[in-house]
Design a protein around this ligand. Structure first.
Ligand code: ATP
Length: 308
């Protein structure tokens, strides 16, 4: 039995370029891995089967569309295993459709867990290539830490970070569909008259002030540099998120933004104590389902030591 722990991500910068002819957007995406974890446990089985527990388990598909199942099959196919056998259990703590790449995290965890269970010793470079085939957020869940993603997000460069940052995540009731949020971003750009195509929108690039804040470990500078080009679209589809952002800021957050495509809201705190206080205030604010205080960056998917 192999258990792999894998973190959620928040995008501390999400720059969205114009709509490309292939339907994707060029992104300048600074991924930051935080201490909110799913655990994927692989045990020997017949075929590829799945189970899931956790508060959002009912929204997780248990068929072949699950990224963990797809990852197991992709790894098996890469190694020419005709009849892969594994049962994958997902202990889910990352909100589903929450803008924290939980499905991608499970895909990355399943790659690592099946690789260990089947004794394949696949090189990390190959695992990263397989991860990119599964989805643009999957490679980062393997890597963890902080990284700049370009292209659709799948071309990754690890970034230097000093120290630990303290975060709070406010989890909403219900998710938001990532493709729907990108479509709303395009629609808002058209409505504003700026246009939404590649020719209209400059190609985004990493913000030097953000990179400097990460490298120096300065939470106030990072808070000032947080940006998310999808935030207006998430707020347009879910206006009540403005109340959540306001509640966290009132409770002392030094920075606030929607995480990725939302609806989870992310808050930067000045220290661990302040993060606990902000989470407690959000839990009773009536503007979210629950809130978690945590920290980062943390490592990517890794095999956990067996429990005694
Ligand atoms: P991202 O931040 O990468 O856009 P997200 O965090 O908003 O993603 P996910 O939790 O990854 O969203 O799930 C999006 C959809 O993917 C779900 O609604 C579900 O139908 C599907 N899905 C496939 N595999 C999984 C999985 N292992 N866990 C959760 N959802 C999954």
């Amino acid at each position: 039995m192999i258990t792999v722990r894998v973190p959620a991500k928040v995008n501390v910068q999400l720059g969205v370029g114009g709509l490309r002819a292939d339907g994707f957007h060029d992104l300048a995406n600074v991924f930051f891995a935080v201490g909110l974890f799913d655990e994927v446990t692989a045990t020997p089985g017949e075929g590829v089967t799945l189970s899931c527990t956790g508060p959002d388990a009912a929204s997780v598909p248990l068929d072949d569309s699950n990224l963990a199942a797809r990852a197991a099959r992709l790894l098996a196919a890469h190694h020419g295993l005709a009849d892969p056998g594994v049962h994958l259990h997902i202990a889910k703590a990352i909100p589903v459709a929450g803008g924290m790449a939980g499905g991608s995290a499970d895909g990355a965890a399943a790659l690592v867990a099946c690789d260990a269970l089947w004794g394949l010793a696949t090189p990390i470079g190959t695992l990263l290539e397989l991860a990119a085939e599964l989805g643009s957020d999957v490679p980062f869940a393997l890597l963890g830490g902080v990284a700049l993603g370009r292209g659709r997000g799948e071309i990754l460069d690890a970034l230097p970070v000093a120290g630990t940052f303290h975060w709070v995540f406010a989890v909403a009731d219900g998710g938001l569909s990532t493709p729907a949020v990108f479509r709303e971003c395009d629609r808002l750009r058209e409505e504003a008259g700026t246009g939404s195509s590649e020719a209209d929108v400059p190609t985004p690039d990493a913000d030097p002030a953000l990179l400097a804040a990460l490298a120096s470990g300065d939470p106030v500078a990072l808070a000032a540099a947080l940006t998310n080009d999808l935030q207006a679209a998430a707020l347009s589809l879910r206006p009540s998120l403005a109340d959540t952002l306001h509640a966290g800021t009132e409770a002392g957050a030094i920075g606030a933004l929607v995480s990725g495509s939302g609806p989870t809201c992310a808050f930067l705190a000045k220290d661990a104590e302040s993060a606990e206080a902000i989470a407690a205030a959000l839990r009773t604010s009536g503007t979210c389902r629950t809130a978690h205080a945590t920290h980062g960056p943390v490592p990517g998917a890794e095999v956990s030591a067996p429990r005694p």
